[in-house]
Design a protein around this ligand. Structure first.
Ligand code: PLP
Length: 356
């Protein structure tokens, strides 16, 4: 089995691009580190993984991922501590979610320990690409796609797993405006909303663009059946605070991506004795709470944005204003705690950070 024999072939670049990077300006997802990892799947098994110089890959015009959408990905971050240690935040959770995405999309599973080790290894090779500046990280993008050269709908027999990394700054530079979406649907019951599969993101582009044209950064997705219950927001899970209680849509439905950031927020809050309710959250409940001045906080939780305060919510013809960000005690405290934990500034009491 792959786990027993996991050796990664490493071919290093002879032309590092690191000196060309403007470290004071790192637009999200546009700058790529020197190396990438590639591991092919064929003849029913995973082949030897290889780390090689970052660059384009060849594709056959009939490559099945492009036509039929067997394509999944993950996103996580690594940081360097003041002492120079490298910490990856909860890669085991991404490994587990990746496995579930594989299963749902009928793709071969990568054992979770192998996934984590491959991520660790690539980060180690490109450790100089981890930005030292506070608030900056190395974003890690593992992905898997079907490579059969075949026109016809069936699960592919061959696949390519890859990982690359990007030094990044913050995703949002200001509090976000969101719109509650009551027409379009991100995911429906029985669909693939729980999988981190490419099609979910492609399908969201058009509705999100309509929202952006009206001045919103993101949409708040509601359930596909009645549009009465809140699910998540853009590429973040959504969390509210009412009555000093954290309230967030439960993930029982297979329509919501099980976010690592949101899970971490919940686990920290529970440890601190803050009440948490994971349950159905209706649009009506939130709109009423805002109008009655009872909504203390709303924020998005996700790897790219970490914790993104929501400042305005568009609902039908209204723009509902939320309390000033300075008053958001709970989310600010949790955000600072998670930032410090990821940067190795405080003890890792949960054992969440993998030291490379
Ligand atoms: C649709 C969606 N929901 C939620 C999240 C947040 O998940 P995580 O905290 O694991 O990044 C993401 C980002 O990965 C996402 O794409």
């Amino acid at each position: 089995m792959l786990q027993d024999t996991l050796t990664v072939k490493v071919t290093k670049t002879t032309h590092s691009r690191i000196e060309e990077v403007d470290w004071s300006n790192l637009p999200f997802g546009k700058i790529f580190s020197d190396h990438m990892l590639v591991m092919d799947y064929k003849n029913g098994e995973w082949q030897q993984p290889e780390i090689m110089p970052f660059g384009p890959i060849q594709m056959h015009p009939a490559m099945s991922a492009v036509h039929y959408g067997q394509s999944i990905f993950e996103g996580m971050k690594a940081n360097k501590t003041e002492k120079g240690d490298i910490l990856i935040f909860r890669p085991d959770m991404n490994a587990n979610r990746f496995k579930e995405s594989c299963e749902r999309m009928c793709m071969p599973v990568i054992p979770e320990d192998v996934f984590t080790e491959l991520v660790r290894k690539l980060v180690e090779v490109d450790e100089n690409w981890i930005p030292a500046k506070e608030g900056y990280s190395l974003y890690i993008r593992p992905f898997l796609f079907a490579t059969d050269e075949f026109i016809g709908i069936k699960p592919s027999d061959t696949y390519k797993f890859m990982i690359f990394t990007c030094p990044v700054g913050s995703y949002y530079t200001e509090p976000v405006n969101v719109k509650i979406e009551e027409h379009y649907t991100r995911a429906s019951v029985g669909g693939v909303g729980r999988a981190k599969t490419a099609g979910n993101y492609g399908a969201a582009l058009y509705p999100a663009k309509q929202g952006q044209l009206n001045g919103f950064h993101q949409l708040v997705w509601t359930d596909g059946k009645e549009h009465k219950f809140i699910e998540e927001s853009g590429t973040m899970n959504i969390v509210f605070v009412i009555n000093d209680t954290i309230i967030t849509p439960s993930e029982d439905a297979d329509t919501i991506l099980r976010g690592v950031t949101k899970r971490s927020v919940i686990e920290v809050a529970q440890k601190w004795g803050i009440p948490v309710e994971e349950r159905k959250v209706s649009v009506e409940e939130i709109v009423t709470a805002i109008k009655e001045g009872k909504l203390q906080d709303a924020f998005g939780a996700g790897t790219a944005a970490t914790i993104a305060p929501i400042i305005k919510i568009g609902f039908r013809d209204e723009i509902l204003e939320l309390p000033p960000v300075e008053t958001r005690v709970i989310s600010t405290k949790i955000k600072n705690y998670l930032d410090d934990l990821k940067a190795g500034k405080i003890e890792d009491e949960f054992g969440w950070c993998l030291k490379v």
